[in-house]
Design a protein around this ligand. Structure first.
Ligand SMILES: Nc1ncnc2c1ncn2[C@@H]1O[C@H](COP(=O)(O)OP(=O)(O)O)[C@@H](O)[C@H]1O
Ligand SMILES: [Mg+2]
Length: 428
């Protein structure tokens, strides 16, 4: 799968997702519009009914009071509080609203705009809202003798009420969208991780082939030479070729060992042989092995053993390899005059070993990955420095086995500093 295809898929998927969300939002919006229209209609119907009732009662009461029926149909004769009490009006409104499924808090009043007078009201808290945002219904519409009076009704929690009816739908939509977005990003990260892994594997195989080729061809040349009868006479030559074969063979074995070891780590079969081990001694022996390689490049190894207690519980062989890998890297990735500083110090429950170089450094983004198996900081297609990208993952595995910690600080072109903490004793 190439990069372009992945990117196109991501874009297509993103567009599809956005489209889906758009449709979803549109549906919810229209559903909420319908809900709102229904709500308005129910309120209207309820209030028309309430007003009819009020007018009806007024008529009956004033007739009983002996008013002329001819005039009656046009005007209001009684003050509102003698038509019906506030609780009566309240329960009338509640009944009519409830019948129509409007089950939310409401405020109402009877208002005469001409005199800005509240003829009836439950409380004066919502006056402003009632006038500005309330639904108004004219009372005694046919009364042509006096200025209009309104029954105002206001729902303080109207938005929430309409939303609660929709929240189920909204919630499900949101959950579905989250699930889709999550699985999508997860899939994409997996694809990229797989891709990176396969690239690294390719790199590894290329590297390995390269590394194995040189000793193999050297050995085969040496063997050919040994087969030559003319050469057999000179024992110097013989000795020379044999030592050549021995050296190259050792190199091959070392490389094979390295690769096998990672396979062992992978399977979790790393066997530790924990014993009292002197870290300073180990460092000394590794320095002895590496000194020549550093000095060839006109570099130096500076040690500063500050730890007064240097014996820890650990596996001699693996810790030697650990130190070797770190020092080898410090040397390998310092192209000019390596200055490798080795520092140890005691902390309360163990030793901190610091290995610092003045080499090419590692970028911030790469620092997180260098402990991954097969990872090598990309430097374009060609690597000036050979390696399998296994060293640091091995180091990390060993540090973990010893219940220690490893961290890296680095700045590109300035240098790199690895800090390893190893405890005196390994607690289970
Ligand atoms: N001291 C260092 N300075 C700069 N880069 C380093 C250093 N140590 C490790 N690296 C980077 O981390 C990568 C992984 O290191 P490692 O696992 O030892 O693999 P290898 O040395 O075989 O490439 C290296 O390829 C290199 O890019
Ligand atoms: Mg290495």
């Amino acid at each position: 799968m190439n990069r372009r295809f992945i990117i196109i898929t991501i874009i297509a998927m993103t567009i599809a997702l956005i489209g889906l969300m758009g449709i979803q939002i549109y549906w919810i919006q229209s559903a909420s519009a319908i809900k709102e229209a229904n709500f308005r209609r129910s309120v209207n119907e309820a209030m028309v009914k309430v007003i009819q009732k009020i007018e009806h009662i007024e008529k009956a009461k004033s007739m009983r009071a002996g008013q002329d029926e001819r005039v009656l149909s046009f005007s209001r004769h009684l003050p509102y509080d003698s038509i019906l009490s506030l609780p009566e009006l309240d329960s009338l409104i509640r009944l009519q609203l409830n019948i129509r499924g409007v089950d939310t808090r409401y405020e109402f009043c009877i208002y005469k705009p001409e005199r800005q007078e509240f003829l009836m009201e439950r409380s004066s808290v919502f006056r402003k809202e009632l006038i500005e945002k309330g639904n108004a219904f004219v009372l005694f519409q046919s009364d042509i003798y006096s200025s209009p009076e309104y029954l105002l009704i206001y729902f303080p929690r109207e938005k929430q009420f309409l939303l609660t009816e929709l929240w189920g739908m909204l919630l499900i939509s949101i959950i579905l969208i989250i699930v889709i977005v999550y699985s999508f990003t997860y899939t994409i990260t997996i694809i990229f991780r797989q891709k990176r892994l396969s690239e690294m594997k390719n790199d590894f195989i290329n590297n390995m082939t390269h590394e194995f080729k040189t000793p193999i061809s050297t050995i085969s040349l040496a063997c050919e030479a040994l087969g030559d009868k003319d050469l057999r006479g000179s024992s110097d030559m013989l000795e020379n070729y044999i030592s050549m074969i021995r050296d190259e063979n050792r190199r091959l074995a070392g490389m094979a060992e390295k690769i096998l070891q990672t396979a062992v780590i992978d399977k979790g079969q790393l066997k530790m042989n924990m014993e009292k081990t002197d870290l300073h001694e180990i460092i000394q022996s590794v320095i002895r092995n590496l000194r020549i390689q550093v000095e060839i490049k006109d570099g130096e190894i500076i040690r500063n053993f500050m730890a007064s207690r240097s014996r820890i519980e650990g596996d001699k062989v693996h810790i030697t390899n650990l130190v070797y890998n770190l020092l080898d890297n410090a040397n390998k990735y310092s192209p000019r005059k390596p200055a490798i500083r080795i520092h140890t110090e005691n902390v309360s429950n163990g030793i901190v070993l610091t290995i610092e170089d003045n080499g090419i450094g590692i970028g911030k983004a790469e620092q997180k990955k260098i402990f991954d198996k097969l990872y090598r900081v990309p430097t374009g297609n060609i690597h000036e420095v050979r390696g399998f990208g296994l060293g640091l993952s091995y180091v990390k595995a060993i540090v973990d086995e010893h219940h220690g910690k490893i961290s890296v600080e680095s700045e590109v072109n300035k240098g790199t500093k690895f800090k390893v903490f190893l405890p005196f004793v390994i607690k289970e």
